[in-house]
Design a protein around this ligand. Sequence first.
Ligand SMILES: Cc1cc2nc3c(=O)[nH]c(=O)nc-3n(C[C@H](O)[C@H](O)[C@H](O)COP(=O)(O)OP(=O)(O)OC[C@H]3O[C@@H](n4cnc5c(N)ncnc54)[C@H](O)[C@@H]3O)c2cc1C
Length: 445
Amino acid sequence: MNGQEKASRTRIGLAIEVGIVYFHLMPVAENHIVVVGGGGAGIIASWRAASRGCPVLLLERNGRLGTKILISGGGKCNITHDGSPDEVLSGFTAEERRFLKHALHRFTNRNILDLLETGGITAAPRANGRVFPVNGIAKDVMRVLSGLLVNLGVEIRFHQRVEELLLEGGRVRGVKTGESFIPARHLILATGGASYPQTGTTGDGFLMAEQSGHRLVKVRAALAPIRIRPTIPGDWQGVAIRGGCLSVVQNGKPIARWTDDVLFTHEGLSGPATLEVSRAAALARETGPVSLRMDFFPGKEFQTVDEELQALIRMQPGRMIGTLLGQWLPNRIVERLLRSRAIDPEQRGHAFPRDQRRLVVRLLKEWEMGAVEAVLLERGEVTAGGVALGEVDPRTMESRRVGGLYLCGEILDIAGPIGGYNLQAAFSTGFVAGDTAASRVQNAT
Ligand SMILES: Cc1cc2nc3c(=O)[nH]c(=O)nc-3n(C[C@H](O)[C@H](O)[C@H](O)COP(=O)(O)OP(=O)(O)OC[C@H]3O[C@@H](n4cnc5c(N)ncnc54)[C@H](O)[C@@H]3O)c2cc1C
């Protein structure tokens, strides 16, 4: 340690709510804004506060920014979703919509795309509304976002894991990282959720928010694979059901459903339809058994499917029923489906009894896939639950409990669907947090 560092690393005494503690004081600018977490929310919060002229210190526990942006959309970066702010809002639950309304109008999908365009990134929506950079390179998005922060003089400290918020008289006083104390009168907590822990999100922010008096909604997986029982046979791995409607069923009633692809993997079920219903499955499992049901032909009534099956049989009457159904579904699934009702897949179409045909149609419309055994939090693309929305002012992202504290991004109890909604929520809430923090600093000076 050189002389200057020694001088600045003065030991200080701090009265906080748990008593008197001593830390090394890290050198920082007067009136700076400290941002904890360098994901989408923390980056945009830092950019906004710095672009309003405030000194910003960004603390990130990883050795790089935007780890999840880099892996989003399979590495191609599904930055946002297309449409008006109200159309984007419609992807969220009613409570989330109420909370996000202001932020999603303040900093829209157009705003993030314009910002990226200043760094040469062109993005375009796909037919399903998901917006990607045209070159499909997430690294380029991060290069532009990091460049914006560097150009504005944001000080970024990597490998800084914030462990504790220090409070005094109901206000933020600073944060503790290892042996160091970093003073801060204005602190933006953007530490993300608790899923994908290998990316740095191990739920630290939840703990800090709870310890500083905020109510948390129980953390659960969202957009996660689902394990079922009976387990998926090993040779089903890689098999996909295209465009089926997957329902979560409790007490015989569907409580959530989604139409899209389902994939079978070593973990159980994955693919977009599985991920979309996983939040509801995780929540319902807490109150009782839950199962999954598949409708292979959503949009077609039982009678229509029966007529189409009869037509298929009429066209190829000498073929086995298993082979005929193999024209509609993956063979391995057909086999299991038929055997589950003791139907011999080798029966010829012309000799296939009516009652068995109707049983097959019933299976095609309502296949009971199995009981939900686990929804894997660590594999969730998003964490549902977190800081309760009522604890934060949606117009400013200020904590209603602690002065000088702002919360944004996935630390909040928000979990949107697949398609760029979650990054947009992080960007928009990050923008409002950074903007408010800058206003408060400037009004105080
Ligand atoms: C595999 C995968 C694919 C995804 N694909 C998409 C997609 O295509 N489109 C989409 O919209 N969303 C996608 N998401 C979700 C989206 O990435 C997140 O919702 C979004 O990144 C949340 O942003 P955030 O800034 O709130 O949190 P994060 O991006 O998680 O950032 C939080 C940051 O805080 C840091 N941190 C945590 N604790 C501390 C601490 N104690 N001290 C210092 N730093 C800390 C972390 O290291 C991390 O860098 C995907 C997620 C995953 C896992």
